[in-house]
Ligand binder design. Structure first.
Ligand code: GLC
Length: 613
């Protein structure tokens, strides 16, 4: 079925290995596809990052997502009735657990019919969206692609689709009918532009009441009761190039075209809002339209462990905006597993807790105060790091380099790490080293070559080295790249709250010390017209001082902060003085953490702070 085989290798010997591997796996050494010829693309980096970037140039970039999609997201199959959804939202706020998104899974709909609302369970649907908005929550509603086959029942998606001839057909010309959540269902012909355009219009009513994002599930397409679990391969689709193709030829792009129809429809409805679509099925290039997740995992340590290599693979395969069901979908996690999973998920691009129907509750508070305190602390860390996260995802939207990535993407010479699928970079500056099992056994804390810092204590380390450690339940080891300047913001309970206080810049001195910060309104396309601000920072260790600088700001956007707090690590003795642009500046010195800090006004013209030893 695959029409294209993407194959990239990052080093000559790796290329040779991969070719041998392909030959070995399929005897005789041949592979092909059911639905036509394969196109082969060889991308010769030679550096891994160049491969990823060039792949993105070929297949497309992930557009800059709305900032709220980077907050904590809570889902379950399904929250209902309406009062339960509000209760969950209020509990987040009462317990001071930051969160941005609540999901409505299929049970908000009347008999699982997409684009309908069950008015018994949700008597005031519009008011619910409004109330959640007032609590700082965005709603993402599921809208699966199957349209219930309901003639003469006043169900618009079916009536309009039939009238406009938008559904996939059988070889004999009749409309194809398959069984999914609503029962007998029909399927829009997403490979055909008129059907996509029509599909997009179905969102108008939901968008009008303020639903912020949409979830396209089951779009492989999943069909119940067939041997293949999908459509018969001879169903007939119309295609944009004219004429028709059978399902065998278009199966792999079908889900992507569904999310494309949603994305483009939302853009049409709200041209100055960044759409957020979550899709289960997609294809090479689907990153242009939707975020994705790894599907129905289980609440097991094994699936928790597998989340890292799976998300890393997606990232280097050009699909960066991804997450998994935190806590696991099938079954219920032990308290320890959910706690570890939330710690890890705080460093996944999409951070979403989700579980199946019939499982125990899985919100962060369900296992008592001790677990909640740890989970809250990690969710809070995620929110404090939002300026960093957003800066990195903005870079992803320009280059295709994923936020969550293997260490070797940035350090191609670090051969030892090519086999390591446990530790990963979150942006260029944070190295995450999770504990992957429930045992009390020690794990290795790996310090790669060069200077690194402990994120939690600020302690400086020099690698390469390895140490055996036993991180307690609340401890996720994180190293910061020496030479990083990591921006943090004051804690908020959601991204709809404006942070109050200074932007904090944590400086980790080492050679090649630099970073940037990108800020915009987080929601519109104004940034494409220059409504953003980009700041560039550097630091240098000079004989008599450490100098931290900001160059004049680029862009016209006025950021939320008007003061800056600079914290410089690894200052082993109390400085003689600190100067800003040559004038003395008050500072604090924390001898136990060897950190010096100072706060001053933000001016877009920049600054130069010197810490004189
Ligand atoms: C599928 C999805 C899951 C969702 C469920 C009900 O199993 O993968 O995330 O909750 O359908 O919509």
């Amino acid at each position: 079925m695959a029409k294209q085989l993407w194959f990239s290798c990052v080093q000559e010997h790796a290329c040779r290995r991969a070719l041998l591997w392909l030959g070995r796996q399929s005897r005789p050494a041949a592979f092909g596809s059911d639905g036509g010829e394969l196109d082969y693309y060889f991308i010769d980096g030679p550096e891994p990052k160049a491969v990823v970037k060039r792949y993105a140039e070929l297949t497309g970039l992930t557009p800059l997502p709305p900032v709220w999609s980077l907050g904590f997201q809570q889902c379950r199959y399904s929250y209902y009735p309406q009062a339960r959804v509000e209760e969950v939202a209020r509990t987040f706020r009462n317990k001071n657990i930051p969160a941005d998104v609540l999901y409505l899974d299929i049970d908000y709909q009347k008999n699982n019919r997409p684009f309908s609302v069950d008015r018994e369970r949700f008597p005031a649907f519009d008011r619910l969206v409004e109330n959640l908005g007032a609590l700082g929550f965005k709603v993402i509603a599921i809208t699966d692609l199957h349209v219930a086959k309901l003639p003469e029942a006043g169900y618009e998606p079916y009536d309009q689709g039939i009238a406009g001839d938008h559904f996939v057909r059988n070889p004999d010309g009749s409309v194809y009918v398959g069984e999914v959540w609503p029962g007998a269902s029909v399927f829009p012909d997403f490979t055909w532009a008129p059907a996509r355009k029509w599909w997009g219009t179905l969102y108008a009513k939901f968008v009008a009441i303020g639903i912020a994002g949409f979830w396209n599930d089951m779009n492989e397409p999943a069909i119940f009761g067939t041997p293949t679990k999908t459509m018969p391969l001879d169903t007939v689709h119309r295609v944009d190039s004219g004429g028709t193709a059978v399902h065998r030829e278009v199966h792999n792009v079908f889900g992507m075209q569904n999310s494309r129809a949603t994305y483009e429809g939302l853009l049409e409805l709200q041209p100055n809002r960044r759409p957020l679509v979550l899709t289960r099925a997609t294809f090479s290039g689907g990153q242009r339209y939707a975020a994705s997740w790894t599907g129905d995992n289980s609440s097991t340590w094994n699936h928790y462990r597998m989340s890292v290599p799976t998300l890393l693979s997606l990232g280097i395969s050009g699909y960066p905006l991804v997450g998994d069901d935190i806590g696991g979908f099938v079954g219920s996690p032990s308290p320890e597993l959910l706690t570890r999973w939330i710690e890890l998920g705080a460093f996944n691009p999409i951070f979403r807790d989700h579980t199946n129907k019939g499982t125990l509750d899985q919100e962060p508070w369900v296992h008592g105060e001790e677990h909640l305190a740890i989970r809250r602390r990690y969710i809070e860390t995620r929110y404090k790091l939002l300026p960093y996260l957003y800066t990195q995802i903005e870079e992803t939207s320009r280059t295709g380099v994923p936020l969550m990535r293997p260490l070797w993407l940035d350090y191609p010479d670090a051969e030892d790490f090519y086999q390591n699928d446990r530790i990963f970079l979150f942006g260029p500056d944070l190295l995450i080293e999770p504990k992957m099992d429930e045992t009390l056994d020690a794990m290795s804390l790996v310090v790669p070559a060069g200077i690194w810092y402990d994120y939690w204590t600020g302690e400086r380390r020099t690698g390469p080295s390895q140490a055996k450690i036993q991180p307690a339940l609340g401890e996720l080891p994180i190293l910061v790249r020496g030479g990083a300047i990591v921006p943090h913001q004051p804690l908020v309970q959601s991204t709809s709250e404006v942070p109050r206080g200074p932007l904090e810049l944590r400086v980790y001195p080492a050679p090649d010390c630099r970073s940037s910060l990108y800020v915009d309104d987080g929601i519109s396309f104004g940034y494409q017209k220059g409504e953003f601000v980009r700041l560039a920072f550097t630091c240098a260790e000079e004989p008599a001082s450490i100098v931290v600088k900001m160059a004049p700001a680029e862009g016209s956007y006025v950021p939320w902060f008007n003061s800056l707090r600079v914290v410089v690590h690894a200052v082993s003795v109390r400085p003689k003085q600190v100067r800003i642009d040559g004038r003395p500046l008050a500072f604090q010195y924390d001898s136990s953490h060897k950190a010096v800090s100072m706060t001053f006004s933000y001016l877009k013209s920049g600054f130069e702070v010197a810490i004189d030893r």
